[in-house]
Structures are given as structure tokens and as C-alpha cells.
Design a protein around this ligand. Structure first.
Ligand code: PXP
Length: 252
């Protein structure tokens, strides 16, 4: 029984490369290895400050990948131009702040509804599957559906943090918030992805929620590959996702 698709985020291969300023490790090589190990897609976030993935990495990924590229981007005209030039399979809009270490919180779709509606139109017309990275907040979910985004990605960061802190009550609360978000989104006709901060345990848990199409996972997999190799980390993640999915089906 096969669970949600697994998108592997290779940003932090570029983080390690950039720490030395040379060409290794190469994120495109990591992406191709991820494909071989069973990744259903590759995610890369071209940040405004190019702190990890660079423009040449996106060129390389577009040329080499046989699985879909999910291009993570801020809702800026520069990034829109790059996405329209490459036409990746998917464009995932994320909030971006220079001072943050990783994407904090979700996009404020309610607060920026009219601008985002206009912003995603050319991307959709170019054939990119637009996804909005948001908190599992019914108002944000409904606004995403209103502006015509076909996909949302719900932020799993607070759920993962609660698990890592051993806070079982908080984890149960965050799990239910995600599950309810998925129900609201599915009822509104949206495809639902999940991502941020997931490891083997938390990916397994959220895969039990019905109607999840995709999980996007990066930091943990790249870190784990130091110990067990990238292919093995991806294989184990695939197994965790499939087991969680099967458990969810059995419990339904
Ligand atoms: N999904 C989105 C939209 C993200 O911004 C990120 C982090 O770049 C991820 C998934 C992956 O998160 P992590 O690296 O914590 O697995």
C-alpha cells in the first residue's frame, strides 16, 4: 500500500557546498541519487539571498531531473520571472525573511489575497502547479482556494517541534489541527501536501491522515545521510510513509 508521494528537498546539500565555496557536494547529484532511491519529486528553494540553492542549480535540476521539480519561491517579481523562464512542474510560494534560518510560519494569503491572486495567474497559465505554503488555518485554506491555487502545503513545523520536545498533549493538538486542515482543504477541492521539520517518526504519523498527496522533507534526510547514506535515508523514509499510510487506512 503506497502512501503520499515523497518530495526530497536538497537545499542543504547546497548549504554544505556553500560553506566551502567550491562545487561539492553537488545538489544535482544528490537529486539524481534521490530519484534512484525512490523520491517522487525534488524540491529546491531559490532564496532571494541565494544562501543555499543558486541559479545554476536550478538550471542543472531542470536539465537533469526525470521526476518533477517543485520550485520553492518567495512571491517576488524576480522569482516569478525565473519560474516563468524554467516552467518547473510546481511552484510553491513561501514567505521569506532574510533574518530567518528556515521558513518560519506560513504565507498570509488572507492578508495578501488580491496581490497573490494576480501573482499566481501567469504561473498557472505557464502550466506550473501552484502550491501555497500555509498554516493549517481554515481561513488561510479557504483564501487559497478562492484565489485559485490548486494545491496547498500545510506547515508541519509546530507538530514536529511538539513531538521532538516530547510534548504529547501539544503534539495531539497540532496533529488534530493538521487533520482538520486537510479535511477543510479537501472539501474545498484542494490537493494537500505537508512539510517542514519531518523525520521518520513524524512523517509516519502524518501519513496516517487521509488525503495527503505529498510530503516534502529535506533537513532531516540530508542530516541522516551523514550516518546511513542518502539512498538508505530515502528508502527508510519511504517505508515510514507507507507504514503510516497503511496504519491510517486500517484505523479508518
Ligand atoms: N516545505 C517547505 C515549503 C519548506 O519551506 C521546507 C523547508 O525549506 C520544507 C518543506 C522542508 O523542510 P525541512 O527541511 O525541515 O524538512
Amino acid at each position: 500500500m503506497s502512501g503520499p508521494r515523497l518530495g526530497v528537498n536538497i537545499d542543504h546539500v547546497a548549504t554544505i557546498r556553500n560553506a566551502r565555496g567550491g562545487g561539492t557536494p553537488d545538489p544535482v547529484r544528490a537529486a539524481l541519487l534521490s530519484e534512484q532511491a525512490g523520491a517522487d519529486g525534488i524540491t529546491a528553494h531559490l532564496r532571494e539571498d541565494r544562501r543555499h540553492i543558486g541559479d545554476a542549480d536550478i538550471d542543472g535540476l531542470m536539465a537533469a531531473l526525470t521526476v518533477p521539480l517543485n520550485f520553492e519561491m518567495a512571491a517576488t517579481l524576480e522569482m516569478q520571472g525565473i519560474a516563468l523562464r524554467h516552467k518547473p512542474h510546481a511552484a510553491c510560494l513561501v514567505p521569506e525573511k532574510r533574518e530567518e534560518r528556515t521558513t518560519e510560519g506560513g504565507l498570509g494569503v488572507v492578508q495578501d489575497e488580491r496581490r497573490l491572486a494576480e501573482f499566481i495567474t501567469p504561473l498557472r497559465e505557464a502550466g506550473c502547479r501552484v502550491s501555497l505554503f500555509i498554516e493549517a488555518d481554515p481561513q488561510q485554506i479557504e483564501a487559497s482556494a478562492r484565489i485559485g491555487a490548486p494545491v496547498i502545503e500545510l506547515h508541519t513545523g509546530t507538530f514536529a517541534e511538539a513531538h521532538n520536545a516530547g510534548n504529547v498533549e501539544r503534539r495531539a493538538y497540532e496533529f488534530e489541527r493538521l487533520a482538520e486542515g486537510v479535511r477543510v482543504a479537501t472539501a474545498a477541492g484542494l490537493e494537500v501536501h505537508l512539510g517542514h521539520g519531518l523525520d521518520f517518526d513524524t512523517a509516519r504519523m502524518v501519513s496516517a491522515i487521509p488525503d495527503i498527496a505529498e510530503l516534502n522533507i529535506g533537513h532531516f534526510l540530508i542530516g541522516e545521510s551523514v550516518f546511513i547514506g542518502l539512498e538508505e535515508a530515502i528508502r527508510r523514509m519511504r517505508t515510514a510513509i507507507d507504514e503510516g499510510y497503511a496504519e491510517g487506512r486500517a484505523a479508518a
